[in-house]
Design a protein around this ligand. Structure first.
Ligand code: F6R
Length: 244
């Protein structure tokens, strides 16, 4: 695992965008895994800028997002698909059919997860997976104590995650209680992992992820076992690393 600390979240995001841009330039048919949340926004802004400057071509790129809320339709403003359209896909020349996000209102969510996993396998696999980290150490919506072998599955969100995501909804009771998420096994099959973690509220999770032995109680720690991982931190997220 390679760890890089930047002065601020903008630089960490721009560094992630640089790695994603390099992936697209090296292989214009790349399969990219994306994350939602606040953390990747600076990276998406930079990718949009590079695209609008004529540097990146998304016409042969395929994407798979990590997760989606159960019960939230694609056109709901808090759906993860809507987030991705607004912040990235509507601003680059990706083909609509090349964008994959689990269908939050699928009749059978379990079957939707199986189909999503199959769709990933029908490509040559994810070349580069972008990740954030939850305050409780989650990756995707794989909450503490998720088995490392899990594939895309339906997840019950923890109170901590519901609380962290309440800022996007009018009231916390509006936050969905379940999500569909790539599993830890799915994420670990990506050929390269780029994780961005920013902000002081993540410092403890970063410490557990990096300094402690690999432990399902901190799902992010599994990336210690991945052969090609870069972790991009801002200074506040890296503060607890001094005591490693
Ligand atoms: C989002 C996701 C989550 C977030 C994590 C951090 O698709 O899978 O694991 O990466 O919850 O969220 P933010 O960036 O909002 O702090």
């Amino acid at each position: 695992m390679h760890i890089q600390v930047f002065d601020n979240e903008l630089q960490a995001g721009q560094a992630a965008a640089t790695l994603i841009a390099a992936q697209i330039l090296n292989n214009p048919e790349s399969v990219l895994g994306f994350a939602t949340g606040s953390t990747p926004l600076p990276a998406y802004q930079e990718l949009v800028r590079l695209t609008q400057n004529g540097i990146l071509d998304w016409s042969r790129i395929t994407t798979f997002n990590l997760d989606e809320y159960v019960g939230i339709p694609a056109d709901h403003e808090q759906s993860y698909r809507a987030f991705m359209m607004k912040n990235l896909f509507d601003k680059v020349n990706i083909k609509p059919e090349a964008v994959h996000v689990p269908n939050g209102v699928a009749e059978d969510p379990e079957e939707e997860c199986l189909a999503y996993e199959r769709a990933i396998r029908q490509t040559c696999g994810i070349d580069l997976q972008l990740l954030g980290l939850g305050r409780n150490g989650h990756i995707g919506f794989n909450e503490p104590d998720t088995a490392f072998t899990t594939l895309t599955h339906v997840v019950d969100l923890t109170d901590d995650t519901i609380d962290a995501n309440a800022r996007f909804f009018e009231k916390s009771s509006d936050v969905p209680r379940q999500a569909m998420s790539m599993g830890i096994g799915t994420i670990m099959q990506a050929k390269k992992i780029v994780m961005i973690v920013t902000g002081a509220s993540k410092a403890r999770a970063v410490r557990s992820m990096v300094c402690n032995p690999v432990d399902p109680n901190c799902p992010g720690s599994v990336i210690q076992l991945h052969a090609n991982t870069v972790v991009l931190l801002d200074r506040p997220a890296a503060t607890a690393l001094n005591y490693c």
